[in-house]
Design a protein around this ligand. Structure first.
Ligand SMILES: NC(=O)C1=CN([C@@H]2O[C@H](COP(=O)(O)OP(=O)(O)OC[C@H]3O[C@@H](n4cnc5c(N)ncnc54)[C@H](O)[C@@H]3O)[C@@H](O)[C@H]2O)[C@@H](O)CC1
Ligand SMILES: Nc1ncnc2c1ncn2[C@@H]1O[C@H](COP(=O)(O)OP(=O)(O)O)[C@@H](O)[C@H]1O
Ligand SMILES: [K+]
Length: 469
């Protein structure tokens, strides 16, 4: 089902704390904590039969949620023990929640954890501020089945990094909106099933927070549908530079563009035309000079990079930039290790190796690095990988989890450029084309999960993928 863009918002832990403060103006935190604990309890009883439960409670509000879960599960007759790993601050909401827990508090959780049917991880959530220490990591290592409150303790909600150690949860219940760390790797691998629960925080608060990050799903964008009065120029023209030596990449890009619904695909071949002419009756092979082809004002979108040698990429890219067309730059363009060269490009699609070659090592995290690269170039950056990040120069970021490892095949990136170019040519904005293109590419991969697809097979599934968006 198509989601509302607002439900796709991802909040960093610090934004979530801001939400918390705002929400507290109308609903007391202790009530939000009760709601959070109730939400977790509901999800637990839905999935598990009554069993012995050990709730590991940390010193903050994450721990507070844990005390509520302990109380509610015990009320339902489940055998529950609580371990208080760090006492809540005097006068805090978590302390109030702890006072309401009348059951046992074990001093040595290590004596119980292996025997417990279920461990509720309520140690740290949004307030994780440093690496997990060895006592806690040794303890968590012994847990067999873990349900995490907000996030498995040790996962940085902003970046998905593991801070020393984190348990692999079977179920993670978070509140109001998910966080980037729920979807970024490696964090995503620790969540198990992720459930986002409404705890009566008003979405109106979001307008004050000004979120800048979304999960990449339909609803964040919408793709033009086919109309009765469609004609090929309205569907959009994609022009692709074909390399003189490596000719497969441009052909794959062109094949993808046609399959995802481009009205017309031109290939401007740098060497012999023959291979391009003979590979599909649907490609239009340019016979004119590049300058003449660029004078056709209907040809606004160009793909430059797949299969290009460094010299070819450099020369052609500068000509395209000077012509003010919209450019999707990939592959060959990134051999130059040159940020300046990319200024004037609309969208760049580097994989992590290419990204590092051009922009240098990623020092902080992938989101920040992609954002900086977008600002430096003025282009939308698609940082490809298993958790592709799409960053706009204006600071917006989308995280894509809608993909399959089956996409990791030669030429897969070339098909992606063809998809993005088609959406751009159909009139979508740079940001939306990049986000939607990455999703469609992922969907094509998911449609092939019964096989080991080649890039051509992926391209063949793009029309179906577009219909599914
Ligand atoms: N945001 C919201 O709207 C709501 C948040 N709630 C819960 O509140 C949590 C956030 O609460 P807090 O801000 O109190 O933060 P946490 O409870 O996540 O942790 C903060 C505490 O842990 C300590 N700490 C952090 N990292 C540590 C480490 N590696 N080793 C040892 N101690 C460490 C800090 O010193 C602090 O005492 C959320 O994760 C969520 O579970 C819920 O109570 C309901 C509402
Ligand atoms: N493990 C994975 N999970 C999901 N998507 C993947 C995975 N590995 C690669 N991909 C996707 O496949 C594409 C590979 O692109 P790229 O590395 O440029 O390949 P090529 O240069 O061979 O065309 C990217 O869109 C990337 O996001
Ligand atoms: K937790």
């Amino acid at each position: 089902m198509r989601k509302e863009a607002s439900s796709l918002i991802l909040l960093t832990p610090s934004q979530m704390l801001e939400v918390d403060k705002e929400a507290a103006k109308t609903i007391p935190i202790i009530q939000l904590m009760e709601n959070a604990g109730w939400a977790v309890t509901q999800e637990v009883v839905k999935r598990y039969k009554p069993c012995s439960v050990l709730v590991l409670c940390g010193p903050g509000n994450n721990g507070g949620d844990g005390y509520v879960v302990a109380r509610l599960l015990a009320k339902k007759g489940w055998p529950v023990r609580v371990a208080a790993i760090g006492r809540p601050k005097v006068g805090s909401d978590a302390e109030q929640a702890a006072h309401r827990w009348a059951g046992s508090i074990v001093e040595h959780p290590e004596d119980y954890i292996e025997k417990s049917g279920l461990v509720i991880d309520a140690l740290f959530g949004a307030g994780l501020s440093r690496n997990i220490d060895s006592y806690i990591s040794e303890l968590l290592r012994k847990a067999r089945r873990v349900v995490a409150i907000d996030t498995p303790s040790g996962i940085d909600g902003a970046t998905g990094k593991v801070m020393g150690y984190a348990p692999h949860a079977e179920l993670t219940v978070t509140f109001f909106r998910a966080k980037p760390g729920h979807y970024l790797l490696p964090g995503r691998e620790y969540m198990g099933e992720l459930v986002i629960k409404d705890i009566a925080i008003s979405p109106v608060i979001l307008s004050q927070i000004k979120p800048q990050c979304w999960l990449n799903e339909p609803g964040l964008w919408s793709i033009p549908t086919s109309e009765v009065e469609d004609y090929k120029y309205r569907r959009g023209i994609v022009s692709i530079i074909g390399g003189s030596v490596m000719t497969g990449a441009a052909r794959l890009s062109a094949h993808a563009a046609l399959n995802v619904g481009a009205g017309l695909v031109h290939i401007f071949a740098l060497g012999s035309h023959d291979i391009y002419s003979s590979s599909s009756a649907c490609f239009v092979i340019d016979k004119d000079s590049l300058e003449t082809s660029l004078q056709d004002s209907r040809r606004k979108v160009w793909v430059c990079g797949p299969g290009l040698l460094l010299g070819e990429a450099k020369e052609i890219l500068s000509k395209l930039i000077a012509s003010n067309v919209k450019i999707i730059a990939d592959a060959g363009v990134f051999q130059a290790e040159n940020i300046e060269m990319l200024k004037g490009v609309s969208i760049i699609t580097p994989h992590i190796g290419e990204f590092i070659r051009v922009f240098g090592e990623i020092k902080a995290d992938k989101i920040s690095a992609a954002r900086v690269a977008a600002q430096q170039t003025g282009a939308v950056v698609v940082l490809k990988g298993a958790d592709t990040i799409i960053a706009s120069p204006d600071g917006r970021v989308a995280i894509n989890q809608h993909a399959s490892p089956r996409l990791a095949t030669a030429g897969s990136g070339d098909t992606l450029t063809g998809v993005i170019a088609t959406l751009l040519a159909a009139g979508m904005s740079e940001w939306e084309s990049a986000c939607a293109g990455v999703w469609l590419h992922g969907e094509a991969g998911l449609l092939c999960e019964h096989s080991w697809p080649t890039a051509e097979m992926l391209a063949n599934n793009l029309g179906k993928a577009r219909d599914n968006a």
